[in-house]
Design a binder for this molecule. Structure first.
Ligand SMILES: Nc1ncnc2c1ncn2[C@@H]1O[C@H](COP(=O)(O)OP(=O)(O)OP(=O)(O)O)[C@@H](O)[C@H]1O
Ligand SMILES: [Mg+2]
Length: 278
C-alpha cells in the first residue's frame, strides 16, 4: 500500500485477510482480493454466503473482525466516520433490499445526492435525473412515489440513484434480480458503459449468471461520439473477473472462461443450472 490514492495503479478496492462473524456465526474467513481501477468483479455464491456482507464491509457500514480494507489506497476499516463520509461520496451503492426513501418521489430519490450533497444547480440536477431515468427506462415515472411502482421498477430507481452522481466505484447487490430479460440487459449495458467509457470500478453481486456472462463478454466503445456495445470473445474478456464465495472463503477467482470450463465438481454443480445455452 505504498501507492498514493491518485496513482492510476492504486487498486479501487483491496481486501486483505478479512474475517467477519456475527457472534459465533463465522461469515467470512480470510478473504483477500484486489479490484484494479476500471474493472469489475462479479461476486457469486450461495444465498447466505456473505456476499452482501462484503459490500457492507467495503462501504464501512460493518467493521471486519480481522484484516484490512482499502478504497483507492486508503484504509477504511479503521477510518473515522467523518472521513468515511468523504470516501462514500464517491461510491454508488445498490442495496439488495433497494432502500428507497418512501416519502420522496422517484426524481427526489434518484437526485438525492445531487440535491443534498452537491451545489449543482436545480435545473442541471433535474436534467441528470431525467438522463439516468432514461438509462433505466423509467422517464415517465419521474414524479411518482415509489409505492406506486412495481418491485422491478423500484429496483431500477435504486440503480439510477446509485449512478446519478457519477461515482467512480459502484457496489451493486443483485441489480437485475426480478427484471425481465430486456430490462436486465439494458441495466447490464449501462454497467458496461460506465466501466469501459468512464473507467468506473465495480463489484456486482449476482445470482443471474446470464447477466454476469453478458457484462463479462461485452464492451462499450465510443466512435465519433456514438456509443456502441458489442460482444467480445470470452477469452478476450479482461474487464470483468469472477469470485465464487463458498464457506466463507474465496473458492474460485478467475475469468469467465476459467469459470465456465472448470473441472471442479462444486463449481460445475453451482453453474449447472445456468450454463449456456440459455
Ligand atoms: N444483521 C445480521 N445479524 C446476524 N446475522 C446476519 C445479519 N446479516 C446477515 N447475517 C448472516 O450472515 C450471513 C451472510 O449474509 P449475507 O447477507 O452476506 O448473504 P448473501 O451471500 O448476500 O446471501 P443472498 O444471496 O441470499 O443475498 C448469513 O448467514 C446471514 O444469515
Ligand atoms: Mg445478499
Amino acid at each position: 500500500m505504498t501507492l498514493p490514492p491518485s496513482h492510476p495503479d492504486t487498486p479501487a478496492i483491496v481486501l486483505e485477510h478479512v474475517s467477519f462473524a456475527f457472534d459465533d456465526h463465522v461469515v467470512l474467513r480470510d478473504v483477500s482480493f484486489s479490484l484494479p481501477r476500471g474493472t469489475m468483479k462479479i461476486l457469486l455464491g450461495a444465498s447466505g454466503g456473505g456476499k452482501s456482507i462484503i459490500l457492507k464491509l467495503i462501504l464501512g457500514l460493518l467493521k471486519p473482525d480481522g484484516g484490512k480494507i482499502f478504497i483507492n489506497g486508503e484504509r477504511i476499516d479503521t477510518m473515522p466516520e467523518n472521513d468515511l463520509m468523504r470516501v462514500r461520496a464517491d461510491v454508488g451503492m445498490l442495496f439488495q433490499e433497494t432502500a428507497l426513501f418512501d416519502s420522496l418521489t422517484v426524481a427526489e430519490n434518484v437526485g438525492y445526492r445531487l440535491y443534498e450533497e452537491t451545489d449543482m444547480p436545480l435545473d442541471e440536477a433535474r436534467r441528470r435525473v431525467e438522463e439516468v431515468l432514461g438509462f433505466v427506462g423509467l422517464e415517465e415515472h419521474i414524479d411518482k412515489m415509489p409505492s406506486a411502482l412495481s418491485g422491478g421498477q423500484r429496483r431500477r430507481v435504486a440503480i439510477g440513484r446509485a449512478m446519478a452522481a457519477r461515482p467512480n466505484l459502484l457496489l451493486f447487490d443483485d441489480p437485475t434480480v426480478g427484471l425481465d430479460p430486456i430490462t436486465a440487459t439494458s441495466i447490464s449495458d449501462e454497467i458496461v458503459k460506465v466501466r469501459d467509457l468512464q473507467q468506473v470500478s465495480a463489484i456486482v453481486v449476482t445470482h443471474q449468471i446470464r447477466d454476469a456472462h453478458y457484462v463479462a463478454t461485452h464492451a462499450a466503445t465510443r466512435d465519433e461520439g456514438r456509443i456502441s456495445i458489442h460482444a467480445i470473445p470470452e477469452h478476450e474478456s479482461a474487464r470483468a473477473s469472477f469470485i465464487v464465495l463458498h464457506e466463507g472463503r474465496i473458492y474460485f477467482e478467475g475469468s469467465i472462461t476459467e469459470l465456465l470450463h472448470s473441472d471442479d465438481e462444486f463449481l460445475k454443480t453451482f453453474l449447472f443450472m445456468t450454463l449456456p445455452p440459455w
